[in-house]
Design a protein around this ligand. Structure first.
Ligand code: XMP
Length: 516
């Protein structure tokens, strides 16, 4: 079995970062909400356990605790912030509710050497760390000593070297902690004795073997392709595992960007030779969207029609018993947390959703242990083209929500051309990978212009480009003015139907990334 560090999550906003930092250095980790069955997870013999931070106070009644199994299993433990405090309280020390809270940067002085510090955190040196706590440790359990301290946190790092228990008051997983990843690496390598064996090459082999085992020698799988990264990587892995017994279904709703539908058909159908059903349903989608301008109504119509077409096409595939999904690890963690309690049922994310019950398809989810950046890396490992693997996120309802108001084929065609020119310039200037999402929006407004000697009366096109790490908040991308004027000139000259360009300079919040 994969050697694992188990992270018990007490609800910190940054728990996922602990897992990501460790995976980035080749150590496999899994996150378990503290409300789930901790004892069962500890019984799986992880190589180490990390207790995360959390919003609660261990001084209050009924706040979460580490299960006793954590401390009776002879496994190394690292407690971070709340995790440190609960470890101290549970092992006989004292935690006090703070009357002064400490947030932000603090200077920590290292007072002893330790395998946790390795060579990177030298005795007597000072490290700048990120603190975020109200409570603090005031008395240590037997066997513990202080190995680093700061003016606001005398117990900044504590250790019981014999039992291999460590506690840090700050957050080593955030980038604001200088050399924080060294502590996580040292915990994994020096203390838990783990090798760096987690890589996408290793994962690919494991995943292919797991798919073969789940699907068996006869099983047939259906996979919905959207042109996005997740479904593409899932399809490639499954194809590698079971070859022709995979059929992909590509529902073309006519709301994709320029050239995208052809790319999907060429890459999967021709290049990889995967059995592919290309359901061109663009006319049906357009006719159902006729006269509709409310954004939520558009989403509902598109979602409903999508399921209808997908179901009808899938029903034509004989003897299929499995449905592939591009579910990712953050969805899995979220669904376990949302379910809460010890009886966790992981909800299946029906990205395509709504298949008739009598099809009774079992889910194949080869990406369910991966973060998004790992999926991209896996895609590269499998040889998918960079243009697909590094592609900006694209919403399910596609261009329908980039044509505010009523949608027509004419408007979609104009938008596709303008968007293609904009992205072409972004790529040519080497800016694509610096931007989270960039796209054009066709406004339902016509304005007057002058082209040649004639008056024009055409649509306005808005350009949007934002930076973001998760799409929850976003900043406007600060293009040079000369770049924007060049794009504007090209679009107005090359795209019939547009005579004016604006650049959207709204951040999120208060704006959203999409216009609808
Ligand atoms: P907003 O516009 O809410 O977008 O700031 C945040 C992120 O979500 C994407 N988005 C969608 N994705 N279906 C999707 O699959 C949708 O209806 C949808 N609406 C927004 C958006 O592109 C951005 O990445």
């Amino acid at each position: 079995m994969q050697q694992t560090i188990l992270i018990i999550d007490f609800g910190s906003q940054v728990t996922q970062l602990i897992a990501r930092r460790l995976r980035e250095i080749g150590v496999y980790t899994e996150i378990l909400p503290s409300t789930a069955d901790q004892a069962a997870a500890v019984a799986q013999k992880p190589a180490g356990i990390i207790l995360s931070g959390g919003p609660n106070s261990v001084t209050a009644a009924n706040t979460p605790r580490a299960d006793d199994a954590v401390f009776s299993s002879n496994v190394p433990v690292l407690g971070i912030c709340y995790g440190q405090q609960t470890m101290v309280a549970q092992l006989g020390g004292t935690v006090e509710a703070g009357n002064s809270r400490e947030f932000g940067r603090a200077d920590v002085t290292i007072t002893s050497s330790s395998p946790l510090f390795g060579d990177e955190w030298q005795k007597d040196s000072v490290k700048s760390v990120w603190m975020s706590h109200g409570d603090h440790v005031s008395d240590l359990p037997d066997g513990f000593s202080v190995i680093a301290s700061s003016p606001g946190a005398p117990f900044a790092v504590i250790a019981n070297e014999d039992r291999r228990y460590y506690g840090v008051q700050f957050h080593p997983e955030v980038v604001h902690t200088d050399g924080g990843v060294d502590l996580l690496r040292n915990f994994a390598r020096n203390i838990c004795q783990l090798d760096a064996t987690w890589s996408m090459a290793a994962y690919r082999e494991q995943a292919v073997a797991a798919i073969r085992e789940q699907v068996g020698p006869e099983g047939r799988v259906i996979c919905g392709l959207s042109g996005g990264v997740d479904s593409s990587v899932a399809a490639i892995l499954i194809h590698e595992a079971i070859g022709e017994r995979l059929t992909c279904v590509f529902v073309d709703h006519g709301l994709l960007r320029k050239g995208e539908a052809d790319e999907v058909v060429n890459l999967f159908g021709r290049h990889y030779n995967i059995p592919l059903i290309h359901a061109d349903a663009s006319e049906m989608f357009l006719s159902r969207l006729e006269g509709v301008s409310d954004p939520e109504q558009k989403r509902k119509i598109i979602g409903g029609a999508f399921i209808e077409v997908f179901d009808a096409e899938s029903a034509k595939i004989e003897n299929a018993t499995f449905l592939a999904q591009g579910t990712l690890y953050p969805d899995v963690i979220e669904s376990i947390s949302a379910a809460g309690g010890n009886h966790v049922t992981i909800k299946s994310h029906h990205n395509v959703g709504g298949l008739p019950d009598d099809m009774a398809l079992e889910l194949v989810e080869p990406l369910r242990m991966l973060f998004k950046d790992e999926v991209r890396e896996l895609g590269r490992e499998c040889g998918l083209p960079e243009t697909l693997v590094g592609r900006h996120p694209f919403p399910g309802p596609g261009l329908a929500i980039r044509v505010p108001g009523e949608i027509t084929k004419e408007k979609l065609d104009i938008l596709r051309e303008a968007d293609a020119v904009y992205l072409d310039e972004i790529r040519k200037h080497g800016l694509y990978d610096e931007i989270w999402q960039a796209f054009a929006v066709l406004l339902p407004v016509k304005t007057v212009g002058v082209m040649g000697d004639a008056r024009s009366y055409e649509y306005v096109c808005a350009l949007r480009a934002v930076t973001s790490t998760d799409g929850m908040t976003a900043d406007v991308y600060p293009f040079e003015a000369s770049f924007l004027t060049r794009v504007a000139t090209r679009i107005v000259n090359e795209v019939k139907g547009v005579n004016r360009i604006t650049y959207d300079i709204t951040s999120k919040p208060p704006g959203t990334i999409e216009w609808e």
